[in-house]
Design a protein. Structure first.
Length: 193
């Protein structure tokens, strides 16, 4: 299993027209977001203006989950919906999309035969949580809190904004998460077809 622990202080944050964005992971590692030559990208973003226009990303499937705040997302000629904390939307990067409201969000972008899912879990203090990896690529992002993750008898300590990236060599690898304080954790699963 390939394991990479990235601390919040090691992540790059850039500006976009509506706020900031922080890339958490990109695959392959030498891919560049601007060139759209990735299979998938995981990021967080802040929406700091009341009205924002999403960058068009042809050929990209997007999943967006609200971490804080609330937005109304409007996909022209498709549908609109309001998203609150931990609610999500899936849409085509080719759509004309605007959002109204201020928020922090979590994004998973996939391309071609790559598919993915995101899930938020709230874990109470001093709780143990066993989780089985059933994906080709897996990430655990600590939005708030502090957790220890035990993998193959090694402990990884994650704080607010840290991410653990995993590429299992085979399926059904068990993880044990132990919370040190109440924590909000986002799991991402990516499958290569």
């Amino acid at each position: 299993m390939i394991i990479e622990h990235i601390k919040a202080s090691e992540l790059n944050t850039n500006k976009w027209t509506g706020g900031t964005t922080t890339q958490l992971a990109i695959y392959p590692k030498n891919a560049e977001y601007r060139k759209l030559n990735f299979q998938f990208r995981i990021s967080t973003a802040t929406v700091e203006t009341q009205e924002s226009v999403f960058t068009k990303l042809p050929g990209i499937s997007r999943k967006l989950m609200i971490l804080a705040g609330e937005i109304k997302i409007d996909h022209k000629n498709q549908y609109s919906k309001t998203l609150k904390k931990f609610e999500q939307d899936e849409f085509s990067g080719n759509w004309d999309t605007k959002s109204y409201g201020k928020a922090t969000d979590f994004n998973l972008m996939t391309k071609e035969n790559t598919k993915g899912d995101i899930e938020a879990i709230i874990l109470n203090k001093n709780k143990e949580f066993q989780h089985t990896i059933v994906a080709d690529y897996y990430s655990i992002y600590v939005y708030t809190g502090k957790i220890n993750i035990s993998i193959r008898n090694k402990i990884y300590e994650l704080y607010d904004g840290d991410i653990l990236l995993l590429m299992p060599e085979d399926y059904e690898k068990d993880l044990i998460l132990m919370t040190k304080e109440k924590s909000e954790v986002i799991f991402s699963k990516v499958f290569f077809n």
